[in-house]
Write a protein of this length. Structure first.
Length: 291
Protein backbone atom coordinates (compact mmCIF):
# COMPACT_ATOMS: atom_id res chain seq x y z
CA UNK A 1 0.00 0.00 0.00
CA UNK A 2 1.43 3.32 -1.05
CA UNK A 3 2.36 5.71 1.70
CA UNK A 4 2.11 9.48 1.71
CA UNK A 5 5.65 10.80 1.25
CA UNK A 6 4.76 14.05 3.00
CA UNK A 7 3.45 12.44 6.09
CA UNK A 8 5.42 13.15 9.25
CA UNK A 9 7.03 10.13 10.79
CA UNK A 10 6.14 9.28 14.37
CA UNK A 11 8.92 10.33 16.71
CA UNK A 12 10.85 7.39 18.08
CA UNK A 13 11.90 7.14 21.70
CA UNK A 14 15.50 8.21 22.28
CA UNK A 15 17.85 7.00 24.98
CA UNK A 16 18.04 9.25 28.04
CA UNK A 17 21.68 10.11 27.25
CA UNK A 18 20.63 11.55 23.93
CA UNK A 19 17.94 13.60 25.59
CA UNK A 20 20.50 15.11 27.92
CA UNK A 21 23.10 15.70 25.21
CA UNK A 22 20.66 17.49 22.94
CA UNK A 23 20.23 20.67 25.01
CA UNK A 24 23.95 20.77 25.67
CA UNK A 25 24.64 20.67 21.94
CA UNK A 26 22.17 23.47 21.39
CA UNK A 27 23.84 25.54 24.08
CA UNK A 28 27.27 24.90 22.58
CA UNK A 29 26.08 25.83 19.13
CA UNK A 30 24.46 28.99 20.41
CA UNK A 31 27.67 29.99 22.14
CA UNK A 32 29.67 29.46 18.98
CA UNK A 33 27.26 31.56 16.96
CA UNK A 34 27.37 34.30 19.57
CA UNK A 35 31.16 34.35 19.46
CA UNK A 36 31.12 34.49 15.68
CA UNK A 37 28.72 37.39 15.58
CA UNK A 38 30.64 39.31 18.20
CA UNK A 39 33.87 38.82 16.26
CA UNK A 40 32.41 39.93 12.95
CA UNK A 41 30.99 43.16 14.31
CA UNK A 42 34.40 44.61 15.13
CA UNK A 43 34.99 46.08 11.63
CA UNK A 44 33.28 46.52 8.26
CA UNK A 45 36.53 46.25 6.29
CA UNK A 46 35.86 42.56 5.58
CA UNK A 47 32.61 43.33 3.81
CA UNK A 48 32.68 43.50 -0.03
CA UNK A 49 32.59 47.11 -1.28
CA UNK A 50 29.44 48.16 -3.07
CA UNK A 51 31.14 50.06 -5.90
CA UNK A 52 33.88 47.76 -7.15
CA UNK A 53 32.86 48.05 -10.78
CA UNK A 54 33.02 51.82 -11.19
CA UNK A 55 36.30 52.02 -9.31
CA UNK A 56 38.17 49.68 -11.63
CA UNK A 57 36.45 49.07 -14.94
CA UNK A 58 39.66 49.22 -16.91
CA UNK A 59 41.48 46.64 -14.81
CA UNK A 60 40.86 42.95 -14.22
CA UNK A 61 37.67 41.98 -12.42
CA UNK A 62 38.44 38.56 -10.97
CA UNK A 63 36.56 37.89 -7.72
CA UNK A 64 34.83 41.24 -7.91
CA UNK A 65 32.60 39.97 -10.72
CA UNK A 66 31.37 37.18 -8.46
CA UNK A 67 30.59 39.70 -5.72
CA UNK A 68 28.76 42.00 -8.13
CA UNK A 69 26.92 39.01 -9.59
CA UNK A 70 25.62 37.96 -6.18
CA UNK A 71 24.66 41.51 -5.27
CA UNK A 72 22.79 42.00 -8.54
CA UNK A 73 20.94 38.68 -8.44
CA UNK A 74 23.26 36.77 -10.76
CA UNK A 75 22.49 33.55 -8.90
CA UNK A 76 18.85 34.02 -9.80
CA UNK A 77 19.60 34.20 -13.52
CA UNK A 78 19.75 38.00 -13.66
CA UNK A 79 22.69 38.37 -16.09
CA UNK A 80 20.91 41.09 -18.02
CA UNK A 81 20.02 42.94 -14.83
CA UNK A 82 23.66 42.66 -13.76
CA UNK A 83 24.91 44.30 -16.97
CA UNK A 84 22.33 47.06 -16.69
CA UNK A 85 23.19 47.76 -13.06
CA UNK A 86 26.91 47.84 -13.86
CA UNK A 87 26.32 50.34 -16.67
CA UNK A 88 24.13 52.53 -14.50
CA UNK A 89 26.75 52.52 -11.76
CA UNK A 90 29.52 53.27 -14.25
CA UNK A 91 27.65 56.27 -15.67
CA UNK A 92 26.43 57.68 -12.37
CA UNK A 93 27.43 61.28 -11.65
CA UNK A 94 29.38 60.20 -8.57
CA UNK A 95 31.39 57.49 -10.34
CA UNK A 96 32.10 59.74 -13.32
CA UNK A 97 33.24 62.65 -11.17
CA UNK A 98 35.51 60.34 -9.21
CA UNK A 99 37.02 58.92 -12.42
CA UNK A 100 37.73 62.40 -13.78
CA UNK A 101 39.27 63.49 -10.48
CA UNK A 102 41.61 60.48 -10.37
CA UNK A 103 42.62 60.67 -14.06
CA UNK A 104 46.34 61.43 -14.39
CA UNK A 105 47.44 59.74 -17.63
CA UNK A 106 47.57 61.40 -21.04
CA UNK A 107 47.64 59.66 -24.41
CA UNK A 108 47.79 60.79 -28.04
CA UNK A 109 44.90 60.38 -30.46
CA UNK A 110 46.16 58.54 -33.54
CA UNK A 111 43.12 59.31 -35.69
CA UNK A 112 40.22 61.74 -35.77
CA UNK A 113 37.64 60.40 -33.33
CA UNK A 114 33.97 60.97 -32.65
CA UNK A 115 33.08 62.03 -29.11
CA UNK A 116 30.19 60.18 -27.47
CA UNK A 117 28.23 60.81 -24.27
CA UNK A 118 28.31 57.15 -23.17
CA UNK A 119 29.74 53.78 -24.25
CA UNK A 120 26.55 51.96 -25.30
CA UNK A 121 24.04 52.22 -28.14
CA UNK A 122 22.21 55.03 -26.34
CA UNK A 123 25.18 57.33 -26.84
CA UNK A 124 24.83 60.70 -28.55
CA UNK A 125 27.61 62.16 -30.68
CA UNK A 126 28.62 65.56 -29.31
CA UNK A 127 31.66 66.42 -31.42
CA UNK A 128 34.99 65.25 -32.76
CA UNK A 129 38.62 65.40 -31.71
CA UNK A 130 41.47 65.61 -34.22
CA UNK A 131 44.37 63.23 -34.55
CA UNK A 132 47.56 64.20 -32.77
CA UNK A 133 45.84 65.61 -29.69
CA UNK A 134 47.02 64.69 -26.20
CA UNK A 135 44.03 63.81 -24.02
CA UNK A 136 43.46 62.88 -20.39
CA UNK A 137 42.19 59.30 -19.96
CA UNK A 138 40.32 57.89 -16.95
CA UNK A 139 41.22 54.24 -17.54
CA UNK A 140 37.57 53.18 -17.73
CA UNK A 141 36.37 51.22 -20.76
CA UNK A 142 33.22 49.39 -21.79
CA UNK A 143 31.69 48.05 -25.00
CA UNK A 144 34.73 48.81 -27.20
CA UNK A 145 34.91 52.42 -26.04
CA UNK A 146 37.24 54.18 -23.62
CA UNK A 147 36.62 57.25 -21.53
CA UNK A 148 38.58 60.48 -21.95
CA UNK A 149 38.24 63.96 -20.50
CA UNK A 150 37.51 66.85 -22.88
CA UNK A 151 37.22 70.34 -21.41
CA UNK A 152 36.36 68.85 -18.02
CA UNK A 153 33.63 66.54 -19.32
CA UNK A 154 33.68 62.76 -19.66
CA UNK A 155 33.53 61.62 -23.28
CA UNK A 156 33.79 58.18 -24.88
CA UNK A 157 35.82 57.30 -27.99
CA UNK A 158 36.44 54.12 -29.95
CA UNK A 159 39.03 51.88 -28.32
CA UNK A 160 42.35 51.32 -30.09
CA UNK A 161 43.11 54.87 -31.25
CA UNK A 162 45.03 56.21 -28.24
CA UNK A 163 48.80 55.88 -27.95
CA UNK A 164 51.53 56.76 -25.47
CA UNK A 165 53.78 57.68 -28.41
CA UNK A 166 53.47 60.82 -30.47
CA UNK A 167 51.83 59.98 -33.80
CA UNK A 168 53.94 60.63 -36.87
CA UNK A 169 52.37 61.87 -40.07
CA UNK A 170 48.84 62.09 -38.78
CA UNK A 171 46.50 63.67 -41.29
CA UNK A 172 48.09 63.31 -44.72
CA UNK A 173 45.95 66.00 -46.34
CA UNK A 174 46.57 69.71 -46.91
CA UNK A 175 44.72 72.33 -44.90
CA UNK A 176 44.06 76.03 -44.59
CA UNK A 177 42.70 75.77 -41.05
CA UNK A 178 44.26 78.40 -38.76
CA UNK A 179 47.30 77.44 -36.68
CA UNK A 180 47.76 78.06 -32.94
CA UNK A 181 50.41 80.74 -33.61
CA UNK A 182 49.19 83.13 -36.34
CA UNK A 183 52.21 85.41 -35.86
CA UNK A 184 54.33 82.98 -37.90
CA UNK A 185 52.39 84.09 -40.99
CA UNK A 186 53.55 87.72 -40.72
CA UNK A 187 55.46 88.61 -43.89
CA UNK A 188 54.83 85.26 -45.62
CA UNK A 189 53.43 84.88 -49.13
CA UNK A 190 50.10 83.14 -49.62
CA UNK A 191 51.83 79.94 -50.78
CA UNK A 192 54.09 79.92 -47.74
CA UNK A 193 51.06 80.37 -45.48
CA UNK A 194 49.47 77.36 -47.18
CA UNK A 195 52.58 75.29 -46.38
CA UNK A 196 52.64 76.47 -42.78
CA UNK A 197 48.98 75.69 -42.15
CA UNK A 198 49.18 72.31 -43.85
CA UNK A 199 52.17 71.26 -41.75
CA UNK A 200 50.84 72.60 -38.45
CA UNK A 201 47.55 70.74 -38.90
CA UNK A 202 49.16 67.50 -40.07
CA UNK A 203 51.83 67.57 -37.35
CA UNK A 204 50.33 69.30 -34.29
CA UNK A 205 53.17 68.08 -32.08
CA UNK A 206 55.43 70.70 -33.70
CA UNK A 207 55.16 73.91 -31.68
CA UNK A 208 57.96 76.12 -33.04
CA UNK A 209 58.36 77.63 -36.51
CA UNK A 210 60.59 80.18 -38.19
CA UNK A 211 58.97 82.49 -40.73
CA UNK A 212 60.12 85.77 -42.22
CA UNK A 213 63.51 87.21 -41.33
CA UNK A 214 66.26 89.15 -43.08
CA UNK A 215 68.45 86.31 -44.36
CA UNK A 216 68.41 84.05 -47.43
CA UNK A 217 65.13 82.75 -48.77
CA UNK A 218 63.39 83.89 -45.60
CA UNK A 219 63.77 87.56 -46.54
CA UNK A 220 61.35 87.08 -49.45
CA UNK A 221 58.64 85.55 -47.25
CA UNK A 222 58.79 82.33 -49.25
CA UNK A 223 60.52 80.07 -46.69
CA UNK A 224 59.60 78.38 -43.41
CA UNK A 225 61.69 76.53 -40.83
CA UNK A 226 59.86 73.71 -39.05
CA UNK A 227 61.74 73.25 -35.79
CA UNK A 228 62.41 69.68 -34.64
CA UNK A 229 65.47 67.56 -33.87
CA UNK A 230 63.45 64.34 -33.83
CA UNK A 231 64.72 62.28 -36.77
CA UNK A 232 61.53 60.25 -37.20
CA UNK A 233 59.26 63.27 -36.98
CA UNK A 234 61.44 65.48 -39.17
CA UNK A 235 61.72 62.79 -41.84
CA UNK A 236 57.94 62.31 -41.81
CA UNK A 237 57.47 66.06 -42.31
CA UNK A 238 60.03 66.18 -45.13
CA UNK A 239 58.35 63.26 -46.90
CA UNK A 240 54.94 64.85 -46.38
CA UNK A 241 56.21 67.99 -48.12
CA UNK A 242 57.73 65.99 -50.98
CA UNK A 243 54.45 64.12 -51.48
CA UNK A 244 52.57 67.43 -51.84
CA UNK A 245 55.28 69.40 -53.65
CA UNK A 246 53.19 70.09 -56.73
CA UNK A 247 50.08 71.20 -54.81
CA UNK A 248 52.11 73.43 -52.51
CA UNK A 249 54.32 74.88 -55.25
CA UNK A 250 57.56 73.92 -53.49
CA UNK A 251 60.99 75.13 -54.57
CA UNK A 252 63.09 73.02 -52.19
CA UNK A 253 63.12 70.99 -48.97
CA UNK A 254 66.24 70.70 -46.79
CA UNK A 255 66.66 68.27 -43.88
CA UNK A 256 69.72 66.84 -42.13
CA UNK A 257 72.30 68.17 -44.63
CA UNK A 258 70.33 66.89 -47.63
CA UNK A 259 68.28 68.81 -50.19
CA UNK A 260 65.43 67.78 -52.44
CA UNK A 261 64.01 69.85 -55.31
CA UNK A 262 61.13 69.12 -57.70
CA UNK A 263 63.35 69.97 -60.69
CA UNK A 264 65.79 67.19 -59.79
CA UNK A 265 63.31 64.89 -58.10
CA UNK A 266 64.71 61.88 -59.96
CA UNK A 267 67.96 62.22 -58.00
CA UNK A 268 66.18 61.95 -54.66
CA UNK A 269 67.83 63.51 -51.61
CA UNK A 270 71.18 65.05 -52.49
CA UNK A 271 73.96 65.54 -49.94
CA UNK A 272 75.03 69.10 -49.11
CA UNK A 273 78.38 70.46 -47.98
CA UNK A 274 79.07 70.74 -44.27
CA UNK A 275 78.24 74.24 -43.10
CA UNK A 276 79.47 73.73 -39.54
CA UNK A 277 76.67 73.89 -36.99
CA UNK A 278 73.61 71.69 -36.46
CA UNK A 279 71.36 74.60 -37.39
CA UNK A 280 73.32 75.49 -40.55
CA UNK A 281 73.20 71.84 -41.61
CA UNK A 282 69.46 71.64 -40.86
CA UNK A 283 69.70 68.96 -38.16
CA UNK A 284 67.33 70.84 -35.87
CA UNK A 285 64.72 71.92 -38.40
CA UNK A 286 63.16 71.15 -41.78
CA UNK A 287 63.56 74.05 -44.22
CA UNK A 288 61.01 74.46 -46.99
CA UNK A 289 60.51 77.22 -49.57
CA UNK A 290 57.99 77.92 -52.31
CA UNK A 291 58.12 79.64 -55.70
Amino acid sequence: MATNSHKRETARRRPRAALVAGPLAVLATGAAVAVGVAGSSATTDDLPPASNFAAGVAGGTGDRDAVVSRELGGERGGAEAKDLSQLEELLSDKATAQAIKKADKRLWTTSELNLWTRPDDKAKKVGEIKAGKKVLVTGRKLKDRVEIVVEGDARWVTQGYLSADKPVGVGAGLSMDPCPDPSVENGLTDKAVYVYRSVCNAFPQVTSYGGWDAHGEHSSGRAIDIMTSDVTLGTAIAEFLRAHASELGLYDVIWRQHIWTPERAGEGWRAMENRGSATANHYDHVHVSVY
